[in-house]
Design a protein around this ligand. Structure first.
Ligand SMILES: Cc1cc2nc3c(=O)[nH]c(=O)nc-3n(C[C@H](O)[C@H](O)[C@H](O)COP(=O)(O)OP(=O)(O)OC[C@H]3O[C@@H](n4cnc5c(N)ncnc54)[C@H](O)[C@@H]3O)c2cc1C
Ligand code: SF4
Length: 499
C-alpha cells in the first residue's frame, strides 16, 4: 500500500533540503526547528489517521490511476460520495488537531489541474493532462504532500500582471528552453510549504493575451535550486518556544504555517509543466481550485468549532454555571452556526457533478455560500467562546509565574473554579480558547481561499437573478412563465412538423 505513516512522513522530510528562513536565520533542519514542529505534527495527522481502520473509509480511497488504496489527500474525486467523504475527512482532522492541517491546498490543486489540463488539451491537442497524470501517479505512489501555491504578491491590485511596475510580482516564465522553462517571481502566504514535498503553482486570476507568460502551472520539489521560503510570523508564535502551557495548542499550533516562496530563475522540466501560456484557461483553473478549496472550510473550521464549543462548555462547567440558561443558549447558538456551515459543506458536495475530465467537482454556488458564511460565522462562534470564557483568556499570568516558588500558590488559589477541577487544567483550557478564539485562525477564516469579495462575485454569477425575476412576474400576474412558454412552443413546433 503506497501510504506513509505520520512517522514515515516526518522521516521523508529529512531527506529534503529546502532553503528556508525564519527570524532572519537560515533553518538547517525543518523537522528539528522548534517553531515548525506543531505544523509538522498537524500535517502528520493526515498520514496517521489513514492507517486507523475506523477511519479508512474517509481517509483513503482507491486510485482510478494506480488501482491501489491511497491517502485521500492524493485522490481525484470520482463521485459525489468522494466529495462528501472529503469534507468528512476535513471535519475529523479539525477535531483531532484543533488547527489547520495544511494538506488540503495541495489536494485541491491536484483536482483543479486534473480538470483544467484536460480542457486545455481538448482545445489545443496539447499533452498537459497525460503529463499531469504521470505526476499524479508519482504523488500517489509516494504519498507526497503538495503545497498549493496560487496567490501571487500582486503589487498594485488595480493593474493586470503585465502592467505592473515590477514584472515579478506575479510568477512568470522568463525563458522557454527545449527541455523546460525558467520561472521567476513569488507566491505569498503558502500554507504548509516548508513541510511539503512538492510545490504546485497555479495562476491567481483571470489573464488576457498580454499576460500569457503569467498563465502558468507547474510542480517542483520544495528543495529545487533557486527556491527560497521565508516563514511568516503568527500571533504568539514564540510562546511555543517558551512554555507548553502558554502555547494553548502546543502540539499542533495555531494556523497552518505560511511562507513567502521566491522563485529565482528556477528551471522546471516540461514533464512538470501543466499550463504555459494558455491565458484563457487561467480563470477556469482559479475557479475550479477555489471551488474545491472553499468547500473544505465547512469541514475543517467546523471541526475546530467542535473543539472550541467543547472547551467553552468545559470552562462553564468548571465555573459552576453549566446549567445557567444564558450559557446553554450561547452553546446552542454556537452549534447552530457551526452546523449551518457543515450543512453547506455537505450540500455543495452532494450537489457536485462530473466534469469532462471525469473528475467530480462541487456545486460552486453552494461552496461559495459556505465559505462566505465561514468568513462571518467563525468570528461569531469565536466571539461567543470569548463571552463564555471571560476576560481571563487575555489576562492569565504565565507558566513561569505559575511555577514560581513564591507567587505560584496565589495563581493556584485565586484562579480555582468548582471543586473537582484543577487550576492547572483550567489554565490549559483557557489557553486553548485564547489560541483558537483570539489568534491568527480568525483572519485565516476570512482570507484563506480568497477574500469575501471573491465569494460574492461567484455567488452573484451563480444566482440567476433573471430567472428569479421571471418567477416573480408570473406570481404577480405580469407575464407567463417563459420556461413553460418555451415548452409550449416546442410542443407546437413538433405538432406542426407532424402535420
Ligand atoms: C492563513 C492563510 C493561508 C493561506 N494559504 C494559502 C495557500 O496555501 N495558497 C494560496 O495560494 N494562497 C493562500 N492564502 C492566500 C489567500 O488566498 C489570500 O490571502 C486571499 O486571496 C486574499 O489575497 P491577499 O491576502 O493578497 O489580499 P488582497 O488581495 O490585498 O486583498 C485585500 C482586500 O482588497 C480587496 N481587493 C484586492 N484586489 C482588489 C481589486 N482589484 N479591486 C477591488 N478590491 C480588491 C480584496 O477583496 C480584500 O478585501 C492564504 C491566506 C491566509 C491568510
Ligand atoms: S484552512 Fe482548512 S482547508 Fe485550508 S488548508 Fe487549512 S485545514 Fe485545509
Amino acid at each position: 500500500m503506497p501510504m506513509k505513516t505520520g512517522t514515515q512522513y516526518i522521516e521523508s522530510l529529512k531527506k529534503l533540503k529546502p532553503k528556508v528562513y525564519c527570524f532572519g536565520e537560515k533553518v538547517e533542519s525543518v523537522v528539528d526547528y522548534p517553531l515548525f514542529k506543531p505544523h509538522i505534527h498537524a500535517a502528520a495527522m493526515t498520514y496517521e489517521l489513514a492507517h486507523k481502520p475506523e477511519f479508512q473509509e474517509i481517509m483513503t480511497a482507491t486510485s482510478h490511476l494506480i488501482g491501489e488504496r491511497v491517502n485521500r489527500f492524493t485522490h481525484i474525486h470520482q463521485s459525489t460520495e468522494d466529495l462528501v467523504k472529503k469534507v468528512r475527512m476535513m471535519r475529523l482532522l479539525g477535531q483531532r488537531t484543533g488547527t489547520c492541517f495544511q494538506r488540503c491546498v495541495g489536494l485541491d490543486a491536484l483536482n483543479g489541474i486534473y480538470v483544467t489540463s484536460y480542457d486545455i488539451d481538448q482545445k489545443y491537442g496539447s499533452e498537459y493532462h497525460e503529463r499531469f497524470k504521470d505526476f499524479l501517479r508519482y504523488v500517489q505512489q509516494n504519498d507526497l504532500m503538495s503545497a498549493g501555491a496560487m496567490s501571487d504578491p500582486k503589487g498594485d491590485r488595480s493593474l493586470r500582471p503585465h502592467e505592473q511596475e515590477d514584472p515579478d510580482v506575479y510568477l512568470r516564465v522568463v525563458e522557454r528552453q527545449s527541455d523546460g522553462i525558467i520561472v521567476r517571481g513569488a507566491k505569498a502566504h503558502i500554507t504548509g510549504s516548508i513541510n511539503s514535498h512538492e510545490i504546485i503553482t497555479m495562476p491567481t486570476r483571470a489573464m488576457g493575451p498580454e499576460d500569457k507568460d503569467y498563465a502558468l502551472s507547474f510542480s517542483v520539489p520544495v528543495d529545487t535550486e533557486g527556491i527560497t521560503l521565508i516563514f511568516g510570523r503568527q500571533t504568539n508564535d514564540t510562546r511555543r518556544l517558551e512554555s507548553e502551557l502558554d502555547a494553548g495548542n502546543p502540539k499542533y499550533g495555531i494556523v497552518g504555517g505560511e511562507a513567502l516562496i521566491i522563485f529565482n530563475d528556477v528551471f522546471v522540466p516540461w514533464e512538470r509543466v501543466f499550463m504555459c501560456g494558455e491565458h484563457e484557461f487561467a480563470l477556469e483553473l482559479v475557479e475550479t481550485f477555489a471551488g474545491y478549496h472553499r468547500s473544505n472550510y465547512g469541514g475543517c473550521k467546523v471541526g475546530l468549532a467542535d473543539v472550541v464549543i467543547g472547551a467553552s462548555a468545559w470552562i462553564a462547567e468548571s465555573n459552576g454555571i453549566e446549567r445557567a440558561s444564558n450559557i446553554r443558549n450561547t452553546l446552542t447558538e454556537m452549534v447552530n452556526l457551526a452546523e449551518t456551515c457543515w450543512s453547506c459543506a455537505l450540500a455543495c458536495s452532494y450537489e457536485g457533478y462530473q466534469t469532462p475530465s471525469g473528475a467530480y467537482t462541487i456545486n460552486p454556488l453552494l461552496a461559495n455560500v459556505e465559505k462566505l458564511n465561514i468568513t462571518r460565522f467563525t468570528y461569531e462562534w469565536m466571539r461567543l467562546a470569548q463571552d463564555i470564557a471571560g476576560g481571563i483568556i487575555i489576562t492569565l499570568p504565565s507558566e513561569r509565574d505559575y511555577e514560581h516558588p513564591e507567587i505560584g500558590k496565589y495563581i493556584d488559589k485565586y484562579f480555582k473554579g468548582k471543586k473537582g477541577f484543577s487550576t492547572l487544567d483550567r489554565i490549559r483550557m483557557y489557553r486553548l480558547i485564547e489560541n483558537m478564539a483570539v489568534g491568527a485562525g480568525l483572519p485565516e477564516a476570512m482570507q484563506g481561499a480568497g477574500s469575501p469579495t471573491a465569494m460574492k462575485i461567484m455567488i452573484g454569477r451563480g444566482a440567476n437573478i433573471d430567472r428569479k425575476k421571471d418567477l416573480a412576474k408570473v406570481i404577480a400576474g405580469i407575464d407567463e412563465d417563459p420556461y413553460f412558454k418555451g415548452i409550449a412552443q416546442v410542443k407546437e413546433d413538433k405538432a406542426k412538423a407532424k402535420v
